[in-house]
Write a protein that binds this ligand. Structure first.
Ligand SMILES: *Cc1c(COP(=O)(O)O)cnc(C)c1O
Length: 369
């Protein structure tokens, strides 16, 4: 071949809503020799990976697997395994990813009810508590870090609300996991999924997922088969568990990458990782405000890893992003849905959440504006 397109990939500072920057150790892990998916040595890596996943999710759950697919595959896997046609579901929506949950659940023939909260504001637990009184819901679903708006939803408070015994609690931790505390067991979460390309600092491709014993019991007592063969966890656990039955070929090298990424996080220390995200977030907010920009989300509800700021009137939002990319090799995100054209989304995720990157971004933005 005369020319290989891969030779011309530039090093871009990824400061958008994901994917985020990947550390060199993770790239090296991805390049290790591919083993057979039933190779004894690979199985020991899988076992260790499950332990690392439980640790970052703060859970003792037996069922903890990385779903082969991006964060949305994790979302789909949760709904498709836990719901049956006619089940009543309550989805809390204050952004794109809550809306995606409704879409996924409704395609499964569930009876989906939603509570909408204004984009850029958090879900209000007391209102959810009232709603839970009048419905025999089988599932309650919410997004922890709403990446489309930069809001942190109060998932611990929502999990503590009184609800019927058989109402499972499902949380999207795609953006939050690895960048802020996620306590699956202590917060009463029954099903949780994440993605590798946000605060875990891997390339996109895996969705760490865990089910509580209650959620696993729901899966095992289904009336009908899980309607999606590929994401059927009742079969996937037989590969990740003692039986080692082939279901689909595990994405072996991606699993090396996730293993390495989690090793890096625990070597630094999880508390230090969270503190680093908070420090960089504070530095970024200060810098943006010094430039005269206004944050979208009120202070107590801001995500450290995803910062949303209004684009000043008269400034072409997309043109600024284009110039940051071409002149400064920095990627940030624009708004989605009702916020399209109005805001920027600035990610400080995982490996990329360092003071140096905040400084580099702020001077690039200053020069561009
Ligand atoms: C990115 C994201 C998803 C979707 O993940 P993909 O990897 O794009 O499929 C779901 N939920 C949240 C909160 C996200 O930030």
């Amino acid at each position: 071949m005369e020319r290989n397109l891969l030779d011309n990939i530039e090093e871009i500072l990824l400061m958008g809503p994901g994917p985020s920057c990947v550390p060199p150790e993770v790239y090296r892990a991805l390049a290790r020799p591919t083993l057979g998916h039933l190779d004894a040595y690979f199985l020991t890596i899988m076992d260790e990976l499950k332990i690392l996943m439980r640790r970052i999710m703060n859970t003792e759950n037996d069922l903890a697997v990385p779903v082969s697919g991006t964060g949305s595959a994790g979302m789909e896997a949760c709904f498709v395994n836990l719901l049956e046609p006619g089940d009543r579901v309550l989805v809390l929506i204050n952004g794109v990813f809550g809306a995606r949950m409704r879409e996924v659940a409704s395609r499964l023939g569930a009876e989906v009810e939603v509570m909408d909260f204004p984009w850029g504001t958090p879900v209000i637990p007391s209102l959810v508590g009232e709603k839970l009184q009048d419905g025999d819901y089988r599932l309650l679903a919410v997004v922890h870090g709403e990446t489309s708006t930069g809001v942190a939803n109060p998932v611990a408070e929502i999990g503590a609300l009184p609800r019927q015994d058989d109402c499972l609690y499902l949380v999207d931790a795609v953006t939050s996991l690895g960048g802020m505390e996620v306590k699956m067991d202590a917060w009463g979460i029954d099903a949780l999924y994440s993605g590798t390309q946000k605060c875990l600092s891997c390339p996109p491709g895996l969705a760490p997922l865990s089910f509580s014993p209650r959620a696993t019991a729901r899966l095992n007592s289904r009336r009908g088969k899980v309607p999606n063969w590929y994401l059927d966890l009742s079969m996937i656990v037989d590969y990740w568990g003692k039986k080692r039955v082939y279901h689909h070929t595990a994405p072996v090298n991606m699993l090396y990458g996730l293993y390495q990424a989690l090793e890096i996080i625990f070597a630094e220390g999880i508390e230090e990782v969270f503190a680093r995200h908070r420090r960089c977030h504070a530095l970024l907010v200060r810098g943006l405000e010094e430039l005269g920009l206004r944050m979208v989300v009120d202070e107590p509800f801001r995500l450290p890893m995803l910062n949303t700021v209004y684009c000043p009137t008269g400034v072409d939002e997309a043109a600024v992003r284009r110039r940051l990319r071409t002149e400064h090799r920095i990627e940030i995100g624009g708004g989605l849905g009702p916020l399209a054209g109005k805001i920027w989304r600035i990610g400080l995720m995982g490996h990329g959440a360092v003071e140096e990157n905040v400084g580099r971004f702020l001077s690039a933005l200053r020069a561009t504006l």
